[in-house]
Write a protein that binds this ligand. Structure first.
Ligand SMILES: [Zn+2]
Length: 174
């Protein structure tokens, strides 16, 4: 209870809301990193607004181009995420999930109005020397200027850690 009240107080006092990882806050995204043997899993969850500037289905050509551009940037995960060079990690698989990336018929009504929408992505790297993995450079801020903060959580054999990345602090180390 005390902890709960303390947290509430923090929220009231903070100039920006401090939220749980699940919260949808424009300008903020979360990244969860997990190292499992040789596989480095990165799970990115972001309000579409942080990556795209809007959250409804694209209607104009400009908006459709913006969605394609976002997807193109996310396809180049080796540019966005740079694990420790010595660990020799290469991208193995990735998946992107978002209402604006669905093909076929949209249930347009569901996305109209003031509803929020997210993008969830998973990137899996294979690391030839996982023991050498000590840090990750995150370049999302370069390609997505609408992203202002990235909450990160890392779980590796060395333990768990959390950090807040910003355009001037882009590296997680563990
Ligand atoms: Zn939103």
């Amino acid at each position: 209870m005390t902890k709960c009240k303390f947290f509430l107080l923090l929220i009231l006092l903070a100039p920006f809301p401090i939220m749980a990882a699940e919260a949808h806050v424009h300008g903020v995204a979360t990244l969860q990193l997990a190292l499992d043997d040789s596989l480095l899993h990165l799970n990115l969850s972001s309000p579409l607004d942080s990556l795209l500037g809007f959250e409804h289905q694209p209607r104009t050509e400009k908006q459709k181009a913006a969605v394609r551009h976002m997807a193109d940037q996310l396809h180049q995960a080796e540019r966005l995420f740079q694990p420790t060079m010595a660990a020799r990690c290469t991208l193995k698989t990735y998946s992107l999930e978002s209402p604006v990336l669905q093909t076929g018929k949209h249930k347009e009504h569901e996305h109209e109005g003031h509803e929020h929408a997210d993008l969830d992505a998973e990137f899996v790297f294979y690391c030839a020397k996982p023991n050498e993995l000590r840090d990750l450079e995150v370049n999302l801020f370069t390609y997505f200027p609408g992203l202002l903060r990235l909450k990160t959580e890392a779980a590796t054999p060395r333990g768990q850690s959390a950090a807040m990345l910003t355009p001037s602090k882009r590296r997680i180390a563990w």
